[in-house]
Design a binder for this molecule. Structure first.
Ligand code: C2E
Ligand code: CA
Ligand code: CA
Length: 560
């Protein structure tokens, strides 16, 4: 990481009214950074809005005349200042929480008696923040420069937060028969068409204070202020493309989901808009359709699954597959742990993958029950294997965001390891960044309790969501698992750079680094080079049936 940070001397803005304290910070940090000062929040805002040199960090005293630190934190949101990490300087411990909530990154306590610690925290805040900026470059679709799905979802959340009372629509736009256009015009021309369309969509959502993202190849998603009448709009849109870009013969379908309840998750909103979008037949004269609640009933399979769930659970139609994770630090690889992945062997539909039912069960508030079942089965398996004398390895269990909404998870796990007499160090809990959008204080509290009991915390799918600095610096965790998409995109240099940066972050935070979705030897070698210690993926093994995994551990062959 030093290569990134050392190239230029960065500037720190110290906002502090006491000259003596300014001087002390200059003394501590001056050799490494340029220090500029302001004596209150107002001056700081002036500095931020007029200074032409980029400021890498703000160190903010809370007690100041004219405009104090808290007021400054509140105020800065109103200005269009690119976010800068802020370390709050305080002598009052109880102010830490409220300043964190207002967006501060870290705290330093007064008086300044540990210069080395101050230096280290300043360096860390800047390094992590700059890496986050680099990571966030992945937020846009390369071809069209609209948001990718994950970032789109994050921004939807932000828009909702800022405008809780404004009516919004979430729309999915499908470019009909895009495959055919692709074949007729060729890749280059159809890329161009996609770009034109994306540009027009950007212009259109801007009018309604919205955002655009790309959902898949030929689907776009939009989120903007509610529109009463789409008919004219669509007409305009067609005319524009035809007149301006000479694009004819391209048809669109627009699925519209009017947001009535902002508590409904974005994934569900997208699914609903897409559902109606896909319902518009290719031959119909209608180009758009508005979702209404009865459409959901069309999704018969989903309803059936929800209906069947309790019986299926009782009848043990759910089973656990184990996918081994290999430690690849040394030249001799070995299985260091596994991930438990649930499968539904439905009496009528056969094997159903979690991709279909996890989201659904989450949406219907049933996931807790399933997770609890999976956790118990996996811990029971560990206990059985241990009893049979094979050398067991830790198992990672998936934890849904919903499982973490309160701390009942702590007693669930405490009870389970007690019941089956399994050491908690064998249990890793995979949580995703999205869990960190819940109530942070409560989440940290829950995680700390779990860790105190010996359970390990693994951040799953890292980099897929909005990798906020807060997640890394405020959630205590032991293992960082890179999202599969990064491995998928390794051919791209920018992605490769990010893989490397994530490795550097993990090294810096001293956590174990895992990559999943590794399918080829090339991927494996490259990841090893960057220092990835644990590898999960088809290259080594698909998720295995319980018995197969047991054999792999040496269960029957008795090698261990
Ligand atoms: P995940 O936690 O990211 O799990 C990894 C997924 O990637 C698994 O899909 C696994 O089979 C797949 N995978 C592993 N290696 C490779 C590879 O080399 N290439 C490719 N293409 N895929 C690979 P799976 O089993 O279908 O699970 C999908 C998702 O469902 C999981 O994603 C997880 O979010 C969720 N899930 C699975 N089991 C549970 C569970 O018990 N509880 C909860 N809450 N969620 C679960
Ligand atoms: Ca997982
Ligand atoms: Ca994952």
């Amino acid at each position: 990481m030093s290569n990134i940070i050392n190239q230029i001397k960065r500037t720190i803005l110290v906002v502090e009214d006491e000259i003596i304290n300014q001087e002390i910070l200059k003394e501590i940090l001056g050799s490494q950074y340029d220090i500029i000062t302001a004596t209150n929040g107002l001056e700081a805002i002036h500095e931020l809005t007029t200074s032409i040199r980029p400021i890498s960090l703000i160190m903010l005293d809370l007690n100041m005349p004219t405009m104090d630190g808290i007021e400054f934190l509140n105020k800065i949101k109103e200005y269009n200042i690119k976010s800068i990490p802020i370390i709050v300087i305080t002598s009052e411990a109880d102010m830490e929480l409220s300043s964190l909530e207002l967006g501060a990154t870290d705290f330093i306590k007064k008086p300044y008696d540990m210069p080395e610690i101050i230096k280290a925290r300043v360096n860390k805040a800047i390094e992590l923040f700059e890496n986050k900026l680099i990571i966030s470059q992945a937020e846009r679709d390369e071809l069209t420069q609209v948001y990718n799905k994950n970032f789109f979802k994050e921004y939807v959340k932000k828009l909702d937060e800022y405008n809780p009372n404004i009516d919004m629509d979430l729309n999915v736009l499908d470019i009909e028969n895009f495959q055919i256009i692709n074949e007729i015009y060729g890749k280059e021309k159809s890329d161009e068409i996609i770009k034109y369309i994306a540009d027009e969509l950007k212009r259109y959502v801007k009018k309604f204070d919205g955002i655009v993202g790309r959902l898949e190849e030929d689907y776009f998603i939009m989120y903007h202020k509610h529109i009463e009448n789409y008919a004219n709009l669509i007409k305009e849109f067609y005319a524009l493309l035809e007149e301006k870009y000479g694009i004819t013969g391209v048809n669109f379908k627009l699925g519209i989901y009017e947001i009535k309840d902002k508590d409904i998750e974005t994934d569900i909103r997208i699914n609903r808009a897409k559902l109606v979008c896909d319902h518009i037949s290719n031959t119909s004269q209608t180009h758009y359709l508005v979702y209404n609640d009865s459409d959901q009933k069309d999704s018969l399979l989903h309803e059936q699954l929800v209906y069947d769930f309790p019986t299926s659970l009782k009848n043990r139609e759910f089973s656990i597959y184990y996918q081994p994770k290999y430690n690849v630090e040394k030249d001799k690889y070995y299985i260091s742990s596994s991930e438990a992945l649930v499968r539904w062997n439905h009496s009528k539909y056969g094997m159903i993958s979690p991709g279909i039912f996890i989201g659904l069960l989450e949406e219907r508030g049933l996931i807790r029950e399933l997770d609890k079942y999976v956790w118990e089965e996996a811990i029971k398996d560990l206990a059985t294997w241990k009893r049979e004398g094979i050398k067991i390895v830790p198992v990672s269990l998936n934890v849904s965001r919903i499982d973490l909404l309160d701390d009942s998870i702590v007693s669930i796990f405490a009870d389970l390891v007690k019941k089956y007499d399994v050491d908690s160090k064998y249990i890793y809990l995979e949580i995703t960044e999205s869990a960190c959008n819940n109530n942070m204080n409560q989440l940290i509290n829950t995680i700390e309790k779990l860790r105190a009991l010996g359970f390990k915390i693994e951040i799953d799918d890292f980099g897929a969501g909005y990798s906020s600095l807060n997640v890394l610096t405020t959630i205590p965790f032991d293992v960082l698992k890179l999202d599969m998409l990064f491995v998928r995109g390794m051919a791209n240099n920018k992605t490769l750079k990010m893989i490397e940066i994530v490795a550097e972050i993990a090294k810096y935070l001293d956590v174990v680094l895992v990559a999943e979705g590794v399918e080829t030897l090339d991927q494996l070698n490259q990841l090893r080079e960057y220092g990835y210690q644990v590898i999960q993926g088809y290259y080594f093994s698909k998720p295995l049936k319980k018995e197969e995994f047991y054999n792999l551990l040496g269960g029957k062959n008795d090698n261990n």
